[in-house]
Design a protein around this ligand. Sequence first.
Ligand SMILES: [Zn+2]
Length: 46
Amino acid sequence: MTERDDLRDRKRGPPCPFCDASLYKRHCKYVCPQHGVVIDCSDPFR
Ligand SMILES: [Zn+2]
């Protein structure tokens, strides 16, 4: 019962450049809960 907490606790990545939400890392990508994948591993910050 800590799904939300788990998501919130997973602030491993940088904040979303668009909405400032905490991105969570999925495989090799940073995913924003609202924008989807915003950063790709092979495409660092751009
Ligand atoms: Zn976002």
